[in-house]
Design a protein around this ligand. Structure first.
Ligand SMILES: NC(=O)c1ccc[n+]([C@@H]2O[C@H](COP(=O)([O-])OP(=O)(O)OC[C@H]3O[C@@H](n4cnc5c(N)ncnc54)[C@H](O)[C@@H]3O)[C@@H](O)[C@H]2O)c1
Length: 326
């Protein structure tokens, strides 16, 4: 069995229980044992068991915990986005252990669509809702079958996925989905701020900049210089705060500060570049996209496209600052 998880910084705890854990497929064979262990070993955690109660589910295994205060059963389908979204909202889930699946290999040959629907689409719905709810951890339970069959070699976590039946294929696809959330959305690195962060910069949305170049190409006079700029400016610290508010969905000053990392300043770091763009305006160009709309679109664009670049991770490393450079 293999699994994947993503993790975010812990959100403030709701009153009552220390953590709220969602176990999907908790009326199934393996997860029912996990639910019982969790309920018994962690009385200060609320364990929420979500199961559709399909043909291989049984609540019998859970009888010994069914009356416990830190246990709740919810009958429902991981493939229903509205229901799943609401569950995350009402139950304030911190951690997800995702076991629910169509699991019988034999059946998977005859019911490929259903296996893909539950195992891939259901996981997609669940991991998306978990991401939106900013959960602390998401653990996906996969299967050894994703590696394919072999008697003469050992598999480790980096072995290629070579599933040989529809069940294993759907589990492998779902695993990739979960992994992609971790890769794409949960880098969880802090905003790196050089020096005081009081330097001010002006920001234009990318399509406004592109439009400016086209305007100069069409209407600019040869030999002339044109400043492409905007009056809209903010400090780097303020920019970091706005990004954290939008991405981490928090307004708490203390939490925001936790996501800011002040590092040694660059050898030179100009305080600002206020610019008069009147000449560009006389060509008929003006920025059109307001800051709030542009920054939201920019965040979404980066979330979708971050991995378009090889070694994109390295771009997130702070630049080394050479002591002697001038
Ligand atoms: N049993 C094994 O040997 C084994 C080995 C490796 C991995 N796994 C993985 O472990 C997990 C649990 O396996 P198991 O054998 O206990 O499975 P199981 O079939 O006993 O239990 C699956 C549970 O998921 C529930 N479920 C199915 N579709 C659902 C949906 N749409 N919404 C909500 N709940 C739904 C079912 O009602 C059932 O209670 C699975 O993800 C499986 O792929 C199992």
């Amino acid at each position: 069995m293999s699994g994947g998880f993503f993790g975010a910084e812990a959100a403030p705890l709701p009153p009552g229980f220390l953590k709220r854990i969602l176990v999907t497929g908790g009326a199934g064979f393996i997860a029912s044992h996990v639910v019982v262990s969790l309920v018994e070993k962690y009385p200060n955690y609320m364990i929420i068991n979500l199961d559709k109660l399909g043909y291989c589910a049984s609540l019998k295994n859970l009888e010994k915990v069914s009356e416990k205060q830190n246990y709740k059963f919810v009958q429902g389908d991981i493939c229903e986005p509205n229901f799943v979204k609401e569950l995350f909202e009402t139950e304030k889930i911190d951690i997800v252990l995702h076991f629910a699946a169509q699991t019988h290999v034999d059946l998977s040959f005859w019911h490929k669509l259903e296996f893909n629907y539950v195992n891939v689409y259901g996981t997609y719905v669940l991991v998306g809702a978990a991401y939106e709810a900013n959960v602390e951890k998401f653990m996906y339970v996969s299967t050894d079958e994703v590696y394919g069959g072999s008697c003469d070699k050992e598999f480790d976590e980096s072995s290629p996925k070579q599933p040989t039946n529809p069940y294993a294929t759907s589990k492998a696809a779902a695993e990739c989905f979960v992994q992609s959330y971790w890769e794409r959305y949960q880098q969880n690195r802090k905003c790196c701020i050089h020096g005081s962060g009081l330097q001010r910069r002006n920001f234009l949305y990318a399509s406004d900049v592109a439009e400016a170049f086209l305007t100069v190409m069409k209407k600019g006079q040869p030999g002339e210089i044109y400043n492409i700029g905007t009056d809209f400016e903010m400090s780097i610290t303020q920019l970091a705060k706005e990004l954290i508010h939008l991405i981490k969905n928090t307004r708490s000053e203390a939490e925001t500060e936790c996501w800011m990392d002040y590092v040694k300043d660059r050898p030179t770091n100009d305080l600002g570049y206020p610019m008069n763009s009147g000449k560009m305006h006389s060509l008929g160009w003006r920025p059109k996209v307001p800051w709030k709309e542009g920054i939201k679109k920019t965040i979404e664009w980066y979330q979708e496209n971050f991995h378009n670049w090889k070694n994109a991770d390295k771009a997130l490393e702070p630049f080394p600052v050479a002591e002697e450079s001038v």
